[in-house]
Design a protein around this ligand. Structure first.
Ligand SMILES: Cc1cc2nc3c(=O)[nH]c(=O)nc-3n(C[C@H](O)[C@H](O)[C@H](O)COP(=O)(O)O)c2cc1C
Length: 303
């Protein structure tokens, strides 16, 4: 059996497969099917300091090989998270990553300060949610904006800090460099791509929010390209996500430069995907005679 464990910013993951934020909630629903410990880590549902109801429905639309969502960061707020959600998932043999969002730099700092004193292992800063008017995406689409929020948060963050980037930009590698320079310990990408569908009978957008975030297998090649570009420009570890549904995708993403991967939309139509991905990676590594999964990271040989 190949060694599947990876270490990111001093935190040990038993395997490189992580649940993507917003696609696994706080773990309650999936625990009826399998223990949450099948994942190396879990990025919990995106959180804000105050509770948010999210956007009005409809907030999901299907697309060929993917989906659009405009959930809009519905979450119970940090105090309810600490009182009711964290206690039920802590100590279950998986790395816990809190996904933090805000509208202002002060919001982000207050939230991260509160999370820093909790039992979560890492904090993933979401500067890339396209579904709320001030969901952080405004920070994530420019080097200056991204740098300003990471600089302020870094001062109050006592946990390893992952910064999650938006793909809705022209030069994602420059934004990655900007957040690395301000002290990001790792970078995750991609969040969703901004999209839209229209109901041709009513001539209205299918989503009540008009636009939403695109994810699922259709975005995979874009995610691989962006992970490759970012991994070639930064020294900190990169976590790759966007459209991963099979073990082959996970290996491809790691060859592009990801030290670990996250699974999002695939969990909705194949909740057992993480188990199949871990098993499939393991068998492939054995067949290839690779003893340690870390050996494949960034091994793509560009033409
Ligand atoms: C329904 C839904 C809710 C999401 N909520 C969040 C969130 O709260 N925070 C966040 O950083 N990303 C959120 N995302 C983005 C995913 O974590 C992921 O970056 C994106 O969907 C691409 O991965 P995938 O193609 O594997 O789904 C959400 C995605 C979906 C589909």
């Amino acid at each position: 059996m190949a060694k599947l464990s990876v270490e990111l910013c001093g935190v040990e993951f038993k395997n490189p497969v992580i649940a993507a934020s917003g696609c696994f909630g706080f773990g309650r629903e999936y625990e009826k099917m399998y223990p949450v410990s099948v994942f190396g880590g879990i990025s919990l549902k995106g959180m804000t300091y105050e509770e948010r109801q999210g956007n009005p429905p409809p907030r999901i639309a299907e697309t060929p090989s993917g989906m659009l969502n405009s959930v809009g960061l519905q979450n119970p707020g940090v105090e309810a998270f600490l009182a009711h959600e964290l206690p039920q998932i802590v100590g279950k043999d998986t790395v816990l990553i809190a996904n933090a969002a805000g509208s202002t730099v002060e919001d982000y700092c207050a939230l991260v300060e509160r999370l820093s004193d909790s039992a979560v292992d890492m904090i993933e800063l979401n500067i890339s949610c396209p579904n709320v008017k001030h969901g952080g995406a405004a920070f994530g689409v420019s080097c200056e904006g991204a740098a300003s929020v990471v600089r302020a948060v870094r001062r109050v963050c006592k946990k390893p800090l992952i910064v999650k980037l938006s793909p809705n930009v022209t030069d994602i590698a420059s934004i990655a460099e900007a957040v690395e320079a301000e002290g990001a310990d790792a970078i995750s990408l991609i969040n969703t791509l901004l999209g839209m569908r229209i109901d041709i009978k009513s001539r209205r957008p299918i989503l009540r929010n008009n636009v939403g975030g695109m994810s699922g297998p259709a975005v995979f090649p874009i995610a691989v390209r962006m992970v490759w570009q970012v991994a070639n420009r930064v020294k900190v570890p990169v976590i790759g996500l966007g459209g991963i549904e099979k073990w082959q995708d996970a290996i491809e993403m790691m060859m592009a430069g990801a030290s670990a991967i996250q699974i999002g939309a695939a969990l909705f139509y194949d909740p057992y995907a993480p188990i199949k991905i871990v098993e499939g990676m393991n068998s492939w590594l054995d067949r290839q005679g690779v003893k340690d999964v870390r050996e494949i990271v960034g091994t793509v040989q560009p033409w």
